[in-house]
Design a protein around this ligand. Structure first.
Ligand SMILES: [Fe+2]
Length: 431
């Protein structure tokens, strides 16, 4: 007689198990039209997920779970708004909070969606943290793609772009450029196993109708005026949001300050006052990274340019007063690194300004280092700068779009600290 199969668990309990957990799920394969992760608050415990969908897409919900957890959690609070000047395209935005630091979370947009993941930032820099910096991102989509792919080989924790993103100039007839931009991000800034790299984006002239606040018809320093002049920037990016500049603190080891160099806010006035308060409150941070579009120390354009001059007058003295070691500049479409600068002179413990914005644009001819006192390096070359911080150590490697190293600095302690240590160990003069 054939034996009758009996469940090891009583039937009622077995049924209960399926009701509680459901049947094993098949992962879906659908991807949203656009996918962009960022932070507006504590990167160790939150994330902002933006996904773009076309009409009739089933990718309406957001579920997430800690990797290794069985049950998905559903996010009820999703903001939905239209993508500017792009018929049929809708942006969904969810803010997740209460997450564990340094932890991988999975997320999906309903059961038909591919499963993606992100990593919250750690509370300390006890392990190395890697950030890719650059700007002037997509004059040409293929150029952006090639640089994205090389940067992803470094497995960055985040990417920070300093303006001139999709080159749509705030114009209705160039909405297609943003469609290409977000498609490129989705296709290249997701790892093979689905990890999406978060991005911070500062504003540049090519986000703005007219490029600069003085060229904006009827400009006033208001949210309405800024949003009308840069409709895509203020819609697509939760961070910094209004008024167009902002700060993000990572534990108490790193702070990233996104600034607006005369595009929808004047450099002088309210923004400079905010910058002083922001820096004064963060003197205890080891790594303070200002990121902005127009260079104070240009490698291509005139030194006397009005915005560059205003930056050296208003912001550079604040960077010097409050302990900035490295600032990230863009706009000139080249590679540059300055000598260490303080008080308008080269000093050993000065600030290094690095850039100059050539992620996905043809490079321009640069000023020669030999005749430009503040430049240590200048190259007519596309680049991304991949910074590593580890405790109070800071290093970087600058790469070209083929992945070749064009400049580097090994992990080093702050020069000011080295000088202090050296002074402390030098023998005192005998009496
Ligand atoms: Fe620019």
């Amino acid at each position: 007689m054939a034996s009758v199969w009996k469940p090891a668990m009583p039937t009622a309990l077995l049924l209960g198990t399926f009701i509680l957990y459901g049947t094993p799920e098949q992962p879906g394969t659908l991807e949203p039209a656009g996918l962009y992760l960022t932070w507006t608050e504590d990167p160790t415990s939150t994330i902002v997920i933006d996904w773009h969908v076309l009409a009739d897409s089933p990718l309406e919900a957001l579920d997430y779970r800690r990797r290794g957890a069985f049950r998905w959690r559903n996010t009820a609070a999703i903001e939905t708004f239209p993508s500017p000047f792009t018929e049929g395209r809708t942006i969904h935005r969810a803010h997740l909070s209460g997450l564990r630091s340094g932890t991988v979370y999975e997320f999906r947009f309903g059961t038909e969606s591919r499963i993606y993941s992100f990593r919250t930032m750690p509370e300390t820099a006890d392990e190395p943290i890697r950030i890719a910096f650059g700007g002037d991102v997509m004059v040409d989509r293929r150029m952006m793609e090639s640089m994205n792919r090389e940067v992803m080989r470094y497995d960055p924790d985040l990417i920070v772009w300093g303006g001139d993103l999709a080159y749509a100039d705030g114009r209705e007839d160039k909405a297609w450029r943003w469609v290409e931009y977000f498609t490129t991000i989705r296709n290249t800034l997701v790892t093979a196993d689905g990890r999406v790299v978060p991005i911070l984006s500062a504003i540049g002239n090519h986000e703005v109708r007219g490029g600069y606040h003085w060229a904006i018809s009827g400009y006033t320093q208001t949210d309405a005026s800024r949003a009308a002049a840069a409709p895509y920037y203020y819609t697509f990016f939760a961070m910094p949001g209004q008024p167009g500049y902002g700060v993000l603190d990572f534990g108490d080891y790193m702070t990233i300050i996104l600034l607006d160099t005369d595009h929808t806010n004047p450099i002088a006035g309210a923004q400079t006052e905010w910058l002083e308060r922001t820096l004064a409150a963060r003197e205890h941070f080891t790594h303070i990274f200002p990121v902005y579009h127009i260079p104070a120390w240009p490698s291509v354009r005139p030194f006397e340019g009005s915005s560059s001059t205003a930056l050296r007058l208003r912001w550079v003295p604040l960077f010097e007063r409050y302990g900035v070691r490295m600032a990230f500049e863009n706009h000139d479409h080249s590679y540059k690194r300055t000598v260490p600068l303080r008080g308008n002179a080269e000093v050993v413990d000065g600030i290094v300004y690095i850039g100059d914005g050539a992620w996905g644009v043809p490079p321009r001819e640069v000023k020669p280092v030999e005749s430009t006192w503040y430049l240590e390096r200048s190259e007519s070359m596309r680049n991304a700068v991949i910074v590593t911080i580890h405790g109070d150590l800071l290093g970087f490697v600058a790469i070209d779009p083929a992945g070749k190293t064009i400049d580097e600095m090994p992990l080093s302690p702050p020069v000011a600290k080295l000088m202090e240590d050296q002074a402390a160990t030098e023998p005192r003069p005998s009496r």
